[in-house]
Write a protein that binds this ligand. Structure first.
Ligand SMILES: *Cc1c(COP(=O)(O)O)cnc(C)c1O
Length: 226
């Protein structure tokens, strides 16, 4: 959680990388199979710059509008930055998001798949795509329901010709995350998807042990959010 926020930035990042390496080792996985996303939502550019200066390159935002204000100049200055969208995407912003982001983690419905396919045609490029799965079947949460996932994957591939990288989930806050991460892994495997976006500040070690390829950390890296 936030217990490392008193540390300077470099040791704080190093601690997270050590924890990732230990969790990976426990599970017999390679450490470099895990990409650490620094979730910079609500953080000003002044808080992001030091990460870039230390060589960190993967960042995540949850709002297109906020990202469009913060990131284009940084992307121009550092061509190797990888920007990830981890929040809900409205289909009328699919083209703007496809131009701005390198990876979208929140593909979750047919209308959005259609909009992304159109955006890809008009831009000549598409971000890499993860489908968000509502593993806890929570009514208020976005994401494809587990029992509808196989059909949705097939639609994305055959109807819209969308290349898919993997699956993403946000487990219910009041449940142990492990079973949700394990479920996401099984759903990905049976659909031939190799990437798993799962694990946040409080549960990333569990996620790494269960096969996460992308972990999404905000508070653990930046400190508490207001
Ligand atoms: C905010 C957010 C995170 C990061 O959460 P922390 O608890 O700050 O690590 C990860 N994933 C998504 C989708 C988020 O919205």
């Amino acid at each position: 959680m936030d217990e490392n926020s008193h540390l300077q930035l470099a040791p704080r990042i190093a601690l997270v990388h050590t924890a990732i390496a230990q969790a990976a080792q426990k599970a017999g996985r390679a450490t470099d199979a895990v990409t650490l996303l620094a979730i910079s939502k609500t953080r000003p550019i002044e808080a992001i710059g030091p990460f870039i200066n230390l060589g960190h390159r993967h960042f995540g935002e949850n709002r297109v509008q906020e990202a469009a204000q913060k990131w284009p100049a940084l992307q121009q200055a550092h061509a190797d930055i990888q920007l990830h969208l981890v929040g809900a995407l409205q289909s009328n912003k699919a083209e703007q998001a496809s131009a701005l982001f390198d990876v979208i983690h929140t593909l979750d419905r047919v209308k959005l798949a259609d909009a992304l396919a159109r955006a890809g045609q008009s831009l000549g490029r598409l971000p890499r795509l993860f489908i968000q799965v509502n593993t806890g079947e929570e009514p208020q949460k976005s994401g494809v329901l587990p029992d509808q996932l196989d059909a949705f994957v097939a639609q994305c591939r055959t109807l819209f010709d969308l290349p898919l990288d993997g699956l993403m989930c946000l487990p219910p806050v009041d449940q142990a995350p492990g079973p949700h991460f394990a479920l996401l892994g099984r759903l990905a495997a049976r659909n031939g998807l190799s990437q798993l976006s799962m694990g946040m500040s409080d549960d990333f070690e569990t996620a790494v042990q269960l096969g996460a390829t992308h972990i999404r950390l905000g508070r653990q890296l930046f400190g508490p959010r207001d």
